[in-house]
Ligand binder design. Structure first.
Ligand code: RP5
Length: 165
């Protein structure tokens, strides 16, 4: 059995986007736990979560936050587990604020940052990390990639039939 994935979001207002990560993890049968924890509003709880995450059976932490998005970095600073950051789109700066705050980490404290609102890819990357030590998961990932490939090949055939003489 693989380790669990922790999905931490800075606010419940992030949930509609972050739910996509739940769906992806469910497709792979990966167990997860979701929490609202904020680097700014509940810093003590966020740090305590990160400090205990490994002992609590987690293998990867996904952290979604918007605006001055320090959540992924704070979690990464308090655990040796890999942390995947999802910069959340905000009304004012369209997610550029969160993207820079999440990705521009100092040496020694990496955060694997996905695209703005990239919750699906955060989940898939988490599965890929767990799959290093789990051959069943690796096979499911290979099947997903094969399905994706077949889908594009089919679209190309349809497009070619319509436009390429
Ligand atoms: C961040 O501030 C959260 O991750 C959220 O994206 C943003 C706004 O939070 P709320 O004011 O909606 O709670 O910390």
């Amino acid at each position: 059995m693989s380790k669990k994935v922790a999905i931490i979001m800075g606010s419940d207002s992030d949930l509609p986007v972050v739910k996509t990560a739940f769906t992806e993890l469910e497709k792979f049968g990966v167990e997860y736990e979701a929490h609202v924890l904020s680097a700014h509003r509940t810093p003590k709880q966020a740090i305590a979560f990160a400090e205990n995450a490994k002992a609590n059976g987690f293998g990867v932490i996904i952290a979604a936050a918007g605006m001055a998005a320090h959540l992924a970095g704070v979690l990464a600073g308090n655990t040796t587990l890999p942390v995947i950051g999802i910069p959340m789109k905000s009304k004012v700066l369209d997610g550029m604020d969160a993207l820079l705050a999440t990705v521009m980490m100092p040496k020694g404290v990496p955060v694997a940052t996905v695209a703005v609102d990239g919750a699906a890819n955060a989940a898939i990357l988490a599965v890929q990390m767990l799959a290093i030590a789990d051959e069943t998961l690796a096979e499911k990932l290979a099947a997903m990639k094969a399905e994706m490939e077949a889908g594009v090949v089919e679209k190309d055939a349809k497009l070619s039939a319509e436009y390429n003489g």
